[in-house]
Design a protein around this ligand. Structure first.
Ligand code: CP
Length: 332
């Protein structure tokens, strides 16, 4: 695997989940695989789970890890090609990414959207520039539009909690928030659910439709109570408008999930990627209740990152072996 930025980078989602679960059983089975290999984690935005779980995943594989909060600790980056850099930006991304790539075997990058310019955000300008210039395998630590490590951890968690033969009903429900948030977690969860063996429904207030590129195959139900009926898993997440880009639109009913609202479900397990604003997005009673999976999801971030890093360094090792074999042929 050279890139991990979307579900489409994965050949077989089920096999990847099975491999992650095997790593969870035996996290140090490949502790020599990453010897003398370096992971660089580059953050343009804050993080707790992604930073620590990916760092630990790399350490479990024997890799060295370097972390840089480039927005605070690095030079101000210029993203525009051909820019005359006589303003506040000090270093062009093409130079910064090329330098980082020379120090690392794999680079992870977190680059949130501006939420001001839909076209620019949805073109994944920053992520693609890093991928172009750093020239080594790149994994997304959450980009402008997607958060694949989170979605893989979410799918692992669903698989761990579902033992019945029938497909589980999984509902993604919009939740209130005090400020506009990216659509990345919701887009990504939808993209992964649509590629998985689940019955998937999305519910949100009118105006909060997600980009259709990520929701093909999902049922969209605007009535939250109707959507929640018989759900086996409820994934709670806020996102800002996609059509009315980055805006918080007025919402009439109270969309915060409570235990009473869960009565309509099939004793559903409740999921959230964290961080969560308690009693705004999700009530204490649900978060601290017996059906909450939020800590298990956060734990599975480790094994999601570990299986992806394993695939990336195995791929690099295979390429090196092929190169060495060809060199041998030339010599003899
Ligand atoms: N869920 C998640 O990505 O958490 P962080 O933003 O803390 O990394």
């Amino acid at each position: 695997m050279k890139y991990f930025t979307t579900v489409h980078d994965v050949k077989n989602v089920d096999i990847l989940v099975q491999e992650a679960l095997a790593l969870k059983q035996n996290p140090y089975a490949f502790s020599q695989l990453g010897k003398n290999k370096t992971l660089g984690l580059i953050f343009l935005n804050p993080s707790l789970r992604t930073r620590l779980s990916t760092q630990k995943a790399a350490m479990n594989l024997g890799m060295n890890v370097m972390v840089m909060n480039i927005d605070k600790e690095g030079w101000a980056l210029e993203m525009e090609d051909g820019a005359i850099m006589n303003g506040t930006s000090v270093e062009h991304v093409k130079d910064a990414a090329a330098v980082i790539g020379q120090y690392c075997d794999v680079v992870g990058i977190r680059c949130f959207p501006s939420l001001r310019n839909k076209q620019e955000d949805y073109s994944e300008k920053v992520l693609l520039k890093f991928m172009k210039y750093c020239k080594v395998p790149v994994l997304s630590l959450e980009s402008a539009t997607l958060h694949p490590l989170q979605s893989l951890a979410d799918l692992i968690t669903i698989k761990e909690n579902w033992k019945e033969k029938r497909k589980p009903k999984v509902v993604l429900t919009w939740a209130p928030h005090i400020k506009p948030l990216p659509q990345a977690v919701a887009n990504s969860f939808s993209e992964w659910m649509c590629k998985s063996d689940v019955d998937f429904t999305i519910t949100h207030p009118e105006g909060y439709e997600l980009c259709e590129d990520y929701t093909k195959g999902a049922k969209i139900v605007l009535n939250q109570n109707e959507a929640l009926k018989d759900a086996d898993f409820v994934y709670v997440k806020n996102w800002s408008g996609y059509s009315d880009y980055g805006k918080m639109l007025p919402v009439v009913s109270d969309w915060m999930l409570t235990n009473e609202m869960l009565n309509a479900t099939n004793n559903a397990k409740v999921m959230h990627c964290l961080p969560v604003r308690r009693n705004v997005e999700l009530s204490d009673e649900v978060l601290d209740g017996k059906n909450s999976l939020v800590l298990q999801q956060a734990n599975n971030r480790l094994f999601a990152a570990q299986v992806v890093l394993k695939k990336m360094i195995e791929n690099k090792t295979e390429q090196l072996n092929t190169f060495l074999k060809n060199e041998e042929i030339i010599h003899y």
